[in-house]
Each structure stands twice: as structure tokens, then as C-alpha cells.
Design a protein around this ligand. Structure first.
Ligand code: DC
Length: 229
């Protein structure tokens, strides 16, 4: 098997990473790997078990009871938590906040690292998260740091949740986003930051299509042969 081509996309919550990564994966016929979903699945387990997120020991012990696997249905990533498909359940804001809180712990991060590296070694992937370019796949062929202003990101999250019929408050969402950014960027282990060799893309004033095209362009600059349709 030849070497796989890996694209890493990191950035703060709500910058549009998953929407863009899905689109680029489709265009390139790559596998899209959503690492946030893996952290969310672990968070869902902790919520269900009533684990105190401030208690590292408790979280660490619970990690031993968790098995996360990934499968694909029609190119869409499914996250399996101890045999149960939790792909829909993990989208709630409460789960995202718990994921951010517990992802500061080494036991939680170590649990997912090999799974993520293994996927990237086997397939051409576009993988999104917070530490993909800096820690999970420092050897990635193309690295993108995708960001947007916190107001724009809050508006997008609000619309997304509204469309799903989940009632929410936009000020609360922006507050949560700012708090999540702070925690993700200041944690000790694998904090969110732009890798030295990552290309910055600010999507505040760009359409999804424009961002996807920009990423394809960057990947082409980094040796990917992109066939024109
Ligand atoms: O991208 P998301 O909102 O689904 O991620 C949820 C949380 O999981 C995020 O706030 C921090 C954590 N996370 C992480 O620490 N490292 C990753 N590679 C992906 C997510």
C-alpha cells in the first residue's frame, strides 16, 4: 500500500470545519474524519454515568469502560460507543461543552490518538479537530487553520440548531463559544493553535464553496493531484 495523503483542518468551534471538510472529502473522494465526534462520544458516556468532569481520577477510570469505533455509512462517519450508534445524540450543545471540558485530560486524549492515526495511515483522509496538524498528524501533507469571528460562528451554530428544531439563545451560544475557545486554546496538553506550517483561512466573509475551493488550491500547492471535473 502506498503512502496516504492526509489533510489536517484545525480551528475553533463553529468555524465550519466539518461542513467544509465533508465537501472537500466528497470532491476528492477522501474519507472525512470528525475527531470532535469521538470526544463527544466519550463526553456522552461521562454525562450518562454522572461523572464529575472536574475529577480527573473519576474521568480516567471511566475511560477504561469506553470503546469507541468508527464506521462509514454512505460516506458519513458513524460513531459507535460501546456498540451503540450515538452519531445523532452527540450533537447537543451540552455534549460539546462536556467534550471540551474533559478533553483537557491526558487519559481522554490518549484513548483517541491511535484510532485517529490509524485511520489516517490506512486511507486518504481529511481530518478535522483542534490538534490534528500539531499533534495527531504533524506529518500531514496539507495543514489548514480555519477560523472565523466569534459572532459569525455563533450565528452559524444558532441557525444549525434552529434548523434541527432545537431552541436556543444566540448570546448564550456566543458566550459558550468564547469559553470553549479559551479552554481549548489554554489547556496544557495539545492545545488548539495554528501549526507553524499550517495555512490560515479566515472564513468570516467567505461562502462554503469559496473555502472548499481555497483548501483544494492549498492542497494542490502541497503536491495533491486534483483532477478537474
Ligand atoms: O469540534 P467539536 O465541537 O465537535 O469538538 C468538541 C470538543 O472536543 C472541543 O471543544 C474540544 C474537543 N476536541 C479536542 O480537544 N481535540 C480534537 N481534535 C477535537 C475536539
Amino acid at each position: 500500500m502506498g503512502k496516504t495523503y492526509n489533510i489536517a483542518i484545525d480551528g475553533p468551534a463553529g468555524a465550519g470545519k466539518s461542513t467544509i471538510a465533508k465537501k472537500v472529502a466528497e470532491k476528492l473522494n477522501f474519507i472525512y474524519v470528525d475527531t470532535g465526534a469521538m470526544y463527544r462520544a466519550m463526553a456522552l458516556y461521562f454525562i450518562r454515568q454522572g461523572i464529575n468532569r472536574e475529577n480527573e481520577k473519576e474521568v480516567e477510570e471511566a475511560c477504561g469502560q469506553i470503546e469507541i469505533t468508527i464506521s462509514y455509512e454512505n460516506h458519513s462517519q458513524q460513531v459507535i460507543l460501546n456498540g451503540e450508534n450515538v452519531s445523532e445524540l452527540i450533537r447537543r450543545e451540552e455534549v460539546g461543552n462536556m467534550a471540551s471540558a474533559v478533553s483537557v485530560y491526558k487519559s481522554v486524549r490518549d484513548k483517541l490518538l491511535l484510532l485517529q492515526r490509524d485511520l489516517a495511515a490506512k486511507e486518504n483522509v481529511i481530518m478535522d479537530g483542534r490538534d490534528i496538524g500539531t499533534w495527531v498528524l504533524p506529518w500531514a501533507d496539507t495543514k489548514i487553520y480555519l477560523t472565523a469571528g466569534s459572532k459569525v460562528r455563533a450565528e452559524r451554530r444558532y441557525k444549525e440548531l434552529e434548523e434541527k428544531g432545537i431552541s436556543c439563545n444566540i448570546e448564550e451560544i456566543e458566550k459558550d463559544i468564547i469559553e470553549r475557545d479559551r479552554r481549548d486554546m489554554t489547556r496544557e496538553i495539545a492545545p488548539l493553535r495554528q501549526a507553524d506550517d499550517a495555512v490560515l483561512v479566515d472564513a468570516s466573509h467567505m461562502t462554503i464553496e469559496e473555502v472548499a475551493d481555497r483548501i483544494m488550491e492549498i492542497a494542490a500547492d502541497h503536491g495533491l493531484e486534483v483532477k478537474k471535473a
